[in-house]
Structures are given as C-alpha cells and as structure tokens.
Write a protein that binds this ligand. Structure first.
Ligand code: PEP
Length: 252
C-alpha cells in the first residue's frame, strides 16, 4: 500500500452551474492544500472551464464524468476525450453505474471510452461494481473481475499507469448505505488480483483501487485504512467542502 498514492476524487454528477463550480472549487482549495493524496474533482462538462480556472495554482486536478469513444464526428450531444484534453482536463470517469444503468453503457462501451481516454492522454477512473441482486446471488467477485477484464481489454502495461479502478457497489451509491470496510477491501483485492493475472505482480501492486459508495467524513478513515483500498470516489460528500476535505485528510 505504501507504494501507491491515494487518490480522492469527487464526482459532482449533474450538480452545480459554472458559477457555483467556481465557488465550490474556491471553497475546497484551501482545505485540501496540504493533502498527502491526489485530489481530483470530476465536474459536469459545462463547468470544466471555470473549474480549471478556479483550480489554477492549487493541488486540485479537474476531471470529466464521461467521454465518447470517437475523436470527433456525427455524435450529437457527445464530447470526446480529445476535446476534454484540449480544455486542460486530466482525468475522466468511465463506466459509472449511473451511465451503465440510465444511459446504456455496457462493458464494451466502457472499454471503448477507456481506450479513447487513454489515447487522448487522460488518466481514467474506471468504475465497476455489482447490483444488490448480484451480491445476493453471490456473484460479486466474478462479476467485478469480468467488468475489470473487459474494461482493460487492449490496455498496455504502460497505459495501466494511467488507470484507476473504482469499486462502487451500486447498492451503496447515493443510498447512505456504505459497504463495510471488509466488503470494500475484499472486492478491491479481487480487482487487484485480476490486474495481477493480466499484468503481473508489480503492476497489481502499483494500481490505485478506490472504493466509492456513500463514503463520507464519518466512515472514510476506516475504509481507507484497508490494505487494498487506495482512495475514494466521492459523490454526495464531494459537494460539501468540509466533508470532502475530511475525506482527503483521512486519506493523507
Ligand atoms: C459516486 O457517484 O460515484 C458515488 C460514490 O456517490 P455517493 O458518494 O453519493 O454514494
């Protein structure tokens, strides 16, 4: 764990106008300036320019919440990874469960988005995780390993250095129902073992595996203390400067 830098990333989802984004970044910045982990805010497309401007001179890096798999073309309403990179974006989320559930993302499209993001030079936060029903069926480990394998299809060992995998049990996202630290660690370890099977021990030891799902100021320390949990993807709490900063502190 010591070899890996923790990454705490906010996922703002569909929240904040660009004026509010400026306010939020400005409020968070002084609270996280001494962070011992990487701090990222993944923001709506229309907030990217103001967020990058507001984050200048701070240790906050800006990410997007999704990207299309083509470089450009007839895809009305979509945004490419190249376009994000050109704006100064450094990170992008792919495969968030809300994209999979409401917008038809599949393991295959997640792989394509991830490919495009890597090609554009971005660091990718790839989300995987099971629905409650799948956990109850006892197929969590198998499912998450498969999601991970497909997302990483075609990713080289060198490119893997720009991949973060976020384990997000769908039943824990936005529900206030957090996975126990043991549950989180167990599945993060499965993800690491999957990476090991594909790329070997060194790559597996180096990859950052986050937990996400109702992580908050109260439960972050216990989750982040787990040996295979290297950070967090934070939804609701990332909109509250003090709560987000407390999570960053817990990771430091
Ligand atoms: C998320 O959207 O990735 C997430 C983890 O949300 P929340 O923290 O609100 O559960």
């Amino acid at each position: 764990k010591a070899v890996r830098k923790a990454v705490i990333a906010g996922n703002w989802k569909m929240n904040k106008t660009s004026a509010e984004a400026k306010e939020l970044i400005t409020a968070i910045a002084p609270l996280v300036k001494d962070a011992g982990c990487d701090v990222v805010a993944c923001v709506p497309y229309v907030d990217i320019a103001t967020a990058i401007e507001a984050a200048k001179g701070t240790n906050i890096k800006i990410g997007a919440e999704n990207c299309h798999w083509a470089v450009s073309g007839a895809f009305t309403g979509e945004i490419s990874a190249e376009m994000l990179k050109a704006c100064g974006v450094e990170y992008v989320i792919t495969g968030h469960s809300e994209r999979r559930t409401y917008f038809g993302d599949t393991d295959v499209t997640v792989q394509k988005r991830t490919r495009a993001a890597l090609d554009a030079g971005l660091t990718v936060i790839v989300c995987v995780g099971e629905y409650l029903e799948q956990r109850e069926q006892g197929i969590t480990d198998e499912l998450v390993a498969m999601q991970t394998k497909i997302a990483l299809g075609g990713v080289t060992e060198e490119e893997l250095k720009r991949i973060i995998i976020a384990y997000e049990p769908v039943w824990a996202i936005g529900t206030g129902k957090t996975a126990t630290a043991e549950q989180a660690n167990e599945v993060c370890a499965v993800i690491r073992a999957t990476v090991k099977s594909l790329y070997g021990e060194k790559a597996a030891e180096g990859i950052t595996v986050q937990y996400g799902g109702s992580m908050n100021a109260g439960n972050a320390a216990e989750l982040l203390a787990q040996p295979d949990v290297d950070g967090g993807l934070i939804g609701g709490a990332s909109l509250k400067p003090n709560d987000f900063a407390a999570i960053v502190d817990a990771a430091t």
